[in-house]
Ligand binder design. Structure first.
Ligand code: FAD
Length: 330
């Protein structure tokens, strides 16, 4: 569909984010014949597109996140979902359509899309490594995506920062490229599952620096090393490396509904059991909701829950309009 046509319509459902949450919502809403638009600022699949290994989604034994994302995209398009590649900067209330509230979904290029309901499925963005030099070398040896950038570090020395599932899973993936992969973690205990830890440690390229943080990332044009700091003694140590991959958590990305929907102290969306936010007409799903277990299957399920509720909500408004029109005609 042409951009002008997208802007000219009033959509039943506008979904912000094409990750598993947004895709789950789109599948159910477009299959229920609701006009559905997904707005995505990067690429389909969201965070799952960044991983090479998915083996915990029902009926999927093993697939890359990108493969899954492509299947999801084809499936929602089959039922009529449109995908628009733009960044959403703000959601604002617009004048009601009949009895239903409506919204302007503002885009970074200054345009806006009109929606009768909005699903916030924006997930979260990788937390940046809090070290001097991180900004200077971001994209020049500092990365947050092993799938995207791992191949640039063939036979190089790689450092991975973090102690959770992603750090071990993605660090393990990087062992197929790097000459060495060293995990740096501030503690000697991990949030990662024992299985992920065992798999990473099985590689002869793998080593760990526990009880350290990265104080500085250094280089000349590209990364050439890091300065590590021992958390207990404060001693520093300069280590040569070519790449630094951060997996230290994620920051919620729902600032575009701040003031409209209730967010918790950390910026996660507060929703009820039907995924309704505090603002009638806006739903949330996936990693962005408060208390989310941050798994693909859960995000997709949340999306389906939201879409089923939206179908009922829009039908109720249509019924109310019909009743009011009949009342006026009588
Ligand atoms: C490395 C890694 C490996 C993982 N492995 C697994 C696994 O094996 N199994 C599993 O179940 N889960 C895994 N996960 C977790 C899983 O990826 C997430 O739980 C899931 O992707 C969350 O889906 P979501 O749709 O809520 O959010 P996301 O996947 O984060 O998608 C949100 C989308 O919204 C877009 N967006 C954000 N803000 C805006 C805006 N303002 N305008 C437009 N678009 C916007 C983003 O670009 C993104 O595409 C992994 C995560 C990572 C990082």
């Amino acid at each position: 569909m042409q951009y002008e046509e997208i802007l000219a319509r009033t959509w039943d459902v506008v979904i912000v984010g094409a990750g598993p949450g947004g895709m789950g919502a789109a599948l159910y809403s477009s299959r229920a014949d609701l006009s559905t638009l997904i707005i995505e600022k990067n690429f389909v699949g969201g965070l799952i597109a960044l991983t090479m290994e998915v083996e915990n989604y029902p009926a999927v034994d093993f697939a890359s996140g990108m493969e899954l994302a492509q299947h999801m995209e084809a499936q929602v398009k089959k039922f009529g979902t449109e995908i628009l590649y733009k960044e959403v900067t703000r959601v604002e209330k617009a004048e009601p359509v009949g009895t239903a509230p409506s919204f302007h979904v503002r885009l970074a290029d200054g345009e806006s899309v009109r929606a009768l309901s909005v699903v916030v499925a924006c997930g979260s963005a990788p937390r940046r490594i809090p070290a001097r030099g991180e900004e200077e070398f971001y994209g020049r040896g500092v990365s947050y995506c092993a799938t995207c950038d791992g191949a640039f570090f063939r036979n190089k020395d790689i450092m991975v920062v973090g102690g959770g599932e992603s750090a071990f899973q993605e660090g393990h993936f990087l062992t197929q490229f790097g000459k060495t992969v060293t995990l740096v973690h501030r503690r000697d205990q991990f949030r990662a599952t024992p299985l992920a830890v065992r798999r990473a440690r099985a590689s002869e390229k793998w080593s760990e620096k526990l009880g350290y943080t990265i104080e500085e990332i250094k280089g000349e044009g590209v990364v050439t090393g890091v300065r590590l700091k021992n958390v207990s003694t404060g001693e520093v140590d300069d280590v040569p490396v070519d790449g630094v991959f951060g997996f230290i958590g994620y920051e919620p990305a729902a600032t575009f509904v701040e003031g409209l929907c209730e967010l918790d102290g950390e910026g996660y969306l507060v929703v009820d059991g039907k995924m309704r936010t505090s603002c009638p007409g806006i739903w949330g799903c996936g990693d962005i909701i408060k208390g989310s277990l941050k798994q693909m299957v859960i995000s997709a399920g949340n999306g389906a829950t939201a879409a089923i509720d939206i179908r009922e909500y829009l039908a109720e408004h249509k019924d109310a309009e019909t009743a009011s029109a009949e009342h006026q005609a009588a």
